[in-house]
Design a protein around this ligand. Structure first.
Ligand code: WTA
Length: 635
C-alpha cells in the first residue's frame, strides 16, 4: 500500500523522509497505484536546473481526462462531479454527474476537432465561471490542444496580448457574464481584442446572459447548436507525459506576462496527491474552492485535482457580496460543503461585515478551511477560525504559485498542528531552502531569507511559452541549482515556514499578482505623464493597494488633477483590467533615484505606507531633496 493518504504526524514525517531520500521510488509508487496509463514511463525523473530541464515520467502515455472522468464512470457515473452554483441564488444549482460530464466534454472535444483544432494547437478560453469553462478546459485536454484560460476580468488589451503570445487559433467565450447585480459584455471585449489578433480563425460563443451581441459571419458560432449536433463520445488523444497541458499567464516584475507551461503527467500526479491530503478528501465530501478557473488555483483545485480523485467540486459563478455578505455561508449550508478554500482578501472583506451574516447559517458540515494567494494576517486567521470554523475546522494556509502548479508548503489538516500566519511544513517531496543575499543557504531554524526549492517536484512549470531564456533568468539564475520563488520566508524554532511576501516588484492586490512595470508602462502612455513609479501599501481588505507617484509633463501641470487621476485609472482599466487601478495617485516633481538612475522604491514604499520614521540613508541619492517634498505632499 502506498502513502497516498496521510493520516497522522509521524506518518507525515516518515513519508516526507522517504519522498526526499528517494524521490523517484516514492513518486513512481504514487503514480503506479493511483492513475491510469496507456503506457508506462521509461524514466521517473531526469533533471538539470542549469538548462533548466525537468522531465517526470518520461516515455509514459496517458490522457488526463481519462484519469479525471472516464475511469470514474463504472463506480461514480451518477455521482456529482461539478456542482454549479449560479450567480443568482434564485437560479437552480446544477448537478453535473461524471457521466454527464463525460458526455459534455466529449461533445465539446468533437466540436473543437470539427473546427480544425488538433493536438498541440492553442485554444484561448475567456469565459465566466459557468460549466462550459470547466468543460472547455477538459475538452482541450481530451484532444491534446493546449488551453490558455484568460481570467474574464482582464481587458481586451490584456486578452489580445495573451492570445497573440501563444498564437491561439480559437477562442471560447460567452455573450456576457454576471457579476453580482451587474452584467459584463464579454463578447464585446473579445471583439475588440480580436481586432489585433489575426491568428484567431474561430470564436465559439456560449449563451449566458442572453444579450444582443454582434456575431461576425464565418468567425463566430453559437456553441449550443454545435454541441447539440456533436457526437457524445470521443476517443481521447494519447499524450506523452511531457506534452504541454496548458499555458497560464502570470505577471512578472517586468515586461510582458509570462505564459507558464505545465505538462501532463507530473501535473496530474501532484495536483491529485496534494488535493487528497491537503483537504483530507473523502468520497462523500462536497468540496468548494471559491477561486476563478482563470487562475492556477482554479486549474489545480477546482478542475484537475478534485476530478482526478473522483470528487464533487463546486463551481461558483457569483461574488461573496451578492445578494448580500452571507452568500458564501448560504452556499455552504445549502450544499453541505465539507472543505472550503478561499483567499485572505475575501475573508477580510467579510470580516468587516456584521457577524449575523455568518451566524445565520448552519456551517456544521465544514471540516477543513483553506487559504491561498497571499499571507493571511493574524486577525483574518482568527476571524476565519472562530466564526467560520468554530475552532473545529483546521485552517490550511497553502503556499504555492502559478509556477509550482500545486501546493508546496501547507499543513495537512488533522495531522499538522497549525499556527496562525504559518504555512507550516513543506508538502511531501518538497525541499525548500532559505538563501541569504550572497547566495548561501541559511541552515538551521529561527532564520529568514529568500525562499528557494532545491529539488524538482512533479508539477513544476517546465518553461515560459516561447521564451525559455526568460524562464531560466527569472527562476534559475539568482541561486545556483535552485528554483527561486520570488518570496521571502522565515523558518521558526520547530521548522515551520511563514511566508513574508514578495521580494521583487510583484505586488499582490486582492490575491492577484501585479507587476509594477506593465502598470507603469500603461500610465506612461498617457499624454500628460512623463514618468511614474508604482508601489504597494497595506490595505485592510485588499492586503495591498497600489500607490502611484507620477511626474507630469508640462502640458499636464495645468490640468485638473482629479480628472487626470480618473483618466489614468481609466487607461489602466482598458489596458490591463480594473484590478490594476491605483488607489492613490500623488503627482510629484521628481522620483528618488540612485546615481545609476534606479528608482529607490524602498523609500517610496515607506512613504506610501505612512511609515517615514526610518527612511535609511538617502544621502547617496541623486536628488535627496525630492524625498522631503514627496513626504510633505503624501496622500
Ligand atoms: C503569494 C497562487 C503567503 C506568494 C496559488 C506567491 C502566498 C504568489 C500564499 C503566487 C500563502 C500564495 N501565504 N503568500 N499561503 N499563497 N502566496 O501565482 O507571494 O497567483 O509567490 O499563485 O502568491 O501567486 P499565484
Amino acid at each position: 500500500m502506498s502513502n497516498y493518504h496521510i493520516k497522522h504526524l509521524e506518518e507525515y514525517y516518515q513519508v516526507y523522509r522517504k519522498s526526499v531520500r528517494n524521490p523517484e521510488a516514492f513518486w513512481e509508487e504514487i503514480a503506479e497505484e493511483h492513475f491510469v496509463w496507456r503506457k508506462r514511463w521509461n524514466n521517473v525523473l531526469s533533471w538539470d536546473f542549469k538548462k533548466p530541464e525537468v522531465k517526470w515520467f518520461d516515455g509514459a502515455q496517458l490522457n488526463i481526462t481519462e484519469n479525471c472522468i472516464d475511469r470514474h464512470l463504472p463506480t461514480r457515473g451518477d455521482k456529482t462531479a461539478i456542482l454549479f452554483e449560479p450567480n443568482d441564488p434564485k437560479e437552480e444549482a446544477e448537478h453535473i454527474t461524471y457521466r454527464q460530464l463525460h458526455q459534455r466534454v466529449c461533445k465539446m472535444a468533437n466540436v473543437l476537432l470539427e473546427k480544425g483544432i488538433k493536438k498541440g494547437d492553442r485554444v484561448c478560453i475567456y469565459l465566466p465561471m459557468i460549466p462550459e469553462l470547466a468543460v472547455s478546459v477538459l475538452a482541450c485536454a481530451r484532444i491534446g490542444a493546449i488551453h490558455s484560460v484568460v481570467f474574464a476580468g482582464f481587458s481586451s488589451n490584456a486578452l489580445a496580448t495573451r492570445i497573440n503570445d501563444s498564437d491561439c487559433k480559437l477562442v471560447i467565450t460567452s455573450d456576457g457574464s454576471y457579476r453580482g447585480a451587474k452584467t459584463i459584455d464579454l463578447k464585446g471585449i473579445v471583439d475588440k481584442a480580436l481586432e489585433g489578433c489575426p491568428g484567431v480563425e474561430t470564436v465559439l460563443v456560449a449563451k449566458r446572459i442572453h444579450s444582443n451581441i454582434d456575431m461576425m459571419p464565418q468567425r463566430d458560432h453559437w456553441l449550443q447548436p454545435l454541441l447539440d449536433d456533436a457526437y457524445g463520445d470521443n476517443v481521447a488523444e494519447i499524450m506523452n507525459a511531457e506534452d504541454p497541458l496548458f499555458i497560464l499567464y502570470t505577471s512578472g516584475s517586468t515586461g510582458r506576462p509570462k505564459g507558464m507551461v505545465h505538462t501532463t503527467a507530473g501535473y496530474m500526479v501532484y495536483t491529485a496527491y496534494t488535493f487528497k491530503n491537503v483537504f483530507q478528501y473523502r468520497e462523500e465530501d462536497v468540496y468548494w474552492c471559491t477561486a476563478d478557473i482563470g487562475w492556477i488555483t482554479g486549474h489545480s483545485y477546482i478542475v484537475y485535482g478534485p476530478l482526478a480523485n473522483g470528487a464533487t467540486t463546486v463551481m461558483f459563478e457569483g461574488i461573496p457580496s451578492y445578494p448580500d455578505f452571507g452568500r458564501f455561508w448560504e452556499v455552504v449550508q445549502k450544499h453541505k460543503v465539507t472543505q472550503f478554500y478561499t483567499a485572505p482578501t475575501a475573508i477580510r472583506a467579510l470580516a468587516k461585515e456584521n457577524l449575523d451574516y455568518v451566524e445565520k447559517y448552519d456551517l456544521s458540515s465544514l471540516k477543513v478551511l483553506g487559504s491561498v494567494g497571499e499571507p493571511i494576517n493574524e486577525e483574518a486567521w482568527h476571524w476565519y477560525n472562530n466564526n467560520v470554523g468554530k475552532k473545529r475546522s483546521p485552517i490550511v494556509d497553502t503556499w504555492w504559485q502559478t509556477e509550482t502548479g500545486g501546493i508546496m508548503i501547507s499543513p495537512i489538516p488533522y495531522v499538522t498542528p497549525t499556527t496562525p500566519t504559518y504555512a507550516t511544513l513543506p508538502f511531501i517531496g518538497i525541499q525548500p531552502a532559505l538563501m541569504d543575499e550572497n547566495g548561501q543557504e541559511i541552515k538551521g531554524n529561527q532564520v529568514d531569507g529568500r525562499l528557494c526549492i532545491k529539488f524538482p517536484w512533479p508539477s513544476m512549470a517546465r518553461t515560459i511559452w516561447g521564451d525559455h531564456e526568460r524562464y531560466r533568468d527569472t527562476y534559475f539564475s539568482a541561486y545556483k541549482d535552485m528554483y527561486f520563488t520570488g518570496d521571502g520566508a522565515l523558518r521558526d524554532a520547530v521548522g515551520y515556514y511563514r511566508i513574508t511576501g514578495r521580494v521583487d516588484d510583484v505586488i499582490i492586490v486582492s490575491g492577484h499578482n501585479l507587476g509594477t512595470a506593465p502598470i507603469e508602462d500603461s500610465i506612461n502612455e498617457h499624454p500628460a505623464v512623463a514618468e511614474s513609479a508604482i508601489v504597494g501599501f497595506p490595505h485592510d481588505v485588499k492586503g495591498n493597494a497600489l500607490y502611484g507617484y507620477i511626474i507630469l509633463k508640462e502640458t499636464g501641470e495645468s490640468r485638473d488633477k482629479n480628472n487626470l487621476r480618473k483618466e489614468i485609472n481609466q487607461q489602466i482599466t482598458e489596458q490591463i483590467g480594473p484590478i490594476a487601478k491605483l488607489d492613490k495617485i500623488q503627482f510629484v516633481s521628481g522620483l528618488p533615484k540612485t546615481r545609476s538612475g534606479k528608482i529607490m522604491r524602498r523609500i517610496l514604499r515607506k512613504i506610501a505606507s505612512g511609515d517615514t520614521s526610518n527612511l535609511g540613508d538617502t544621502s547617496t541619492l541623486l536628488n535627496p531633496e525630492i524625498v522631503q517634498e514627496i513626504m510633505d505632499e503624501a496622500l
